[in-house]
Design a protein around this ligand. Structure first.
Ligand SMILES: NC(=O)c1ccc[n+]([C@@H]2O[C@H](COP(=O)([O-])OP(=O)(O)OC[C@H]3O[C@@H](n4cnc5c(N)ncnc54)[C@H](O)[C@@H]3O)[C@@H](O)[C@H]2O)c1
Length: 316
């Protein structure tokens, strides 16, 4: 089967691409090396994928309405991960987020409609839950209260996906990922920044006084969730659904910092700061629906995942 993976040079996309290549699928990868972080890292992310004969790469911008004219025929499945990611930067650049995330997803859906591509997994986010007071977050919770442009774009894409499913019978699973971490993690994310600062002897600023909590989910668990979702979609008729792909085990910021300090054998210097706009207090996934439908079972505990991240980072 020929699968289109968008954002294939990114953190999650490059791991997903490798997993599907290892399983023997033909992968058409798209990325535009968005300058949010270095092209050099993204090219490195693609090194393993490029060793496979059944991988072809297209440098395309999904926000360009005509992007798909360069693509080969025969694509049957789309795993759509390309996006402007990151909550805080979205507050400074809302137009860019709308262009890539919303218009890019609309362009993708329209390409699928015109070319008879019937199935898509969409990389959504726990941010759609906003500052949900009820934990754990379940897919049936109301998500009408996004508190950042990033969250707004992800929620909008879920709605766009629903509309195209209803109009054109395209099967879509929105997977809401919860704070993904591991080797190749984006430079803007806390685990990477804190590691860099601890190694450089710099102080670490903990927003929300270290008491906020995140449902950190290791990259291999995310990849396995995507793979199980892919198999589930291929075994079903036309469907539309939304699933949480998290760890069901929130960790306080201060405990995450201590886990990194332990892996690095360093004593962190901490500065406690108030919350930042757009940040939520906690993310916590109810994963019972994903367990039931796609047999999703996250396996990597935080200390193991952090050790694997630190191994990668210190080897860079
Ligand atoms: N990392 C997380 O914790 C997390 C959590 C929830 C959801 N997500 C979602 O998962 C997906 C992947 O996130 P990531 O952390 O790997 O981010 P990433 O920035 O590493 O990867 C995204 C990739 O998309 C590419 N891209 C951006 N704009 C594009 C465009 N206009 N055309 C083509 N390619 C474009 C980028 O160059 C990048 O390589 C995103 O949709 C993100 O919103 C990530």
């Amino acid at each position: 089967m020929k699968i289109l993976i968008t954002g294939c040079a990114g953190f999650i996309g490059s791991h997903v691409t490798e997993l599907f290549l290892k399983k023997g699928f033909t992968i058409i990868g798209i990325d535009n090396f968005d300058p949010f972080y270095s092209k050099e890292q993204k090219l490195q992310n693609l090194n393993h994928a490029k060793e496979y004969k059944n991988f072809s790469f297209y440098d395309l911008d999904i926000s360009d309405r005509g992007f798909a004219s360069a693509l080969p025929g025969g694509i049957e499945f789309v795993i759509h991960l390309a996006a402007k990611a990151g909550v805080r930067p979205s507050i400074d650049a809302p137009f860019d987020y709308v262009d890539t995330n919303i218009n890019g997803t609309l362009n993708m859906l329209d390409y699928m409609r015109k070319n008879g591509v019937g199935k898509m997994i969409f990389g959504s986010s726990s941010s759609v839950y906003g500052n949900n007071k009820k934990v754990p977050f379940s897919e049936s919770d109301v998500t009408d209260d996004p508190i950042s442009p990033y969250a707004f774009t992800k929620k909008s894409c879920e709605l766009l996906n629903h509309t195209y499913h209803k109009l054109y019978a395209i099967s879509i699973l929105n997977l809401r990922f919860f704070t993904v971490y591991g080797p190749r993690q984006r430079p803007d994310l806390a685990i990477r920044k804190f590691t860099e600062h601890m190694l450089g002897g710099k102080a670490i600023h903990l927003f929300g006084n270290g008491q906020t909590a995140r449902d950190y989910t290791f990259i291999s668990d995310i990849c396995n969730g995507i793979f199980n979702a892919f198999n589930y979609m291929n075994a079903q008729g036309i469907l539309f659904d939304t699933l949480n792909i998290g760890n069901h085990s929130p960790v306080k910021l201060i405990d995450m910092v201590n886990a990194i300090a332990e892996a690095l054998d360093k004593k962190p210097q901490l500065i406690f700061d108030p919350m930042q706009p757009g940040d939520v207090d906690i993310t916590y996934a109810d994963i019972s629906k994903a367990q039931k439908l796609i047999d999703y079972h996250p396996r990597v505990p935080l200390n193991e995942g952090i050790a694997s991240f630190v191994d990668w980072y210190t080897g860079l």
